[in-house]
Write a protein of this length. Sequence first.
Length: 176
Amino acid sequence: MNHTHPALAASRSRVLHVGCGGDCLPDWIDCEETRLDIDPKVKPDVVASMTNMGEIGEFEIVYSSHALEHLHLHEVKIALKEFHRVLGDGGRAMVIVPDLEDARPTSEVLFNSPAGPVTGLDLFFGMQSLVAGNPYMAHHYGFVSSTLEAELLAAGFRAAVVKRLPCFNLFAVGVK
C-alpha cells in the first residue's frame, strides 16, 4: 500500500527539512531531502540558521516541524521570509508548531509524547528535560491559528491554510 500523499506522488520533489534535529521526514513526504539545522551535532546536510540559510538552491517544499517556536518573533518573520525565498514559484512551506490556543502554562500533563509527558509549561517554554542540556530547545515564541496564518501571509506567501491537529499542534501550508 502506497502512503505517499497524492499531491506529492507525481514527481520526486526536493524538500528542505528546516530545523531537522534528529527527526526524519514523515512517511507521506516522499521527496529528495536536504536537512538543515543550526546544531552540527545532529549532522545536517547544511549547518545554518533558518534565519540565514545562504545560497542553498531552490526547493519545491520547505518542511519545518517544531522549529519556529524556538525563535523570537522578529526571527520568525525573517525565517518565514527565508522559507519563501528558497521556494520556487508554487512551492509550499509546510510548518508544524505547538498550538497554544487552549493551553495554559501549568505543570498539568496535557498528553504523552515519545519524549515523555508534555505539560502546558513545555508547550510555552520547551520540554524542560531537553532545554536543560540544549539551549536551542527553549521556546521563545508561540502560535495560535490566526498568528501563524498572519505571519505566513506577511512573509509573502500568497495563500496560507492552518489546521488544528490533536495533541496541541498546528499544521500550516503556505503557498508561494
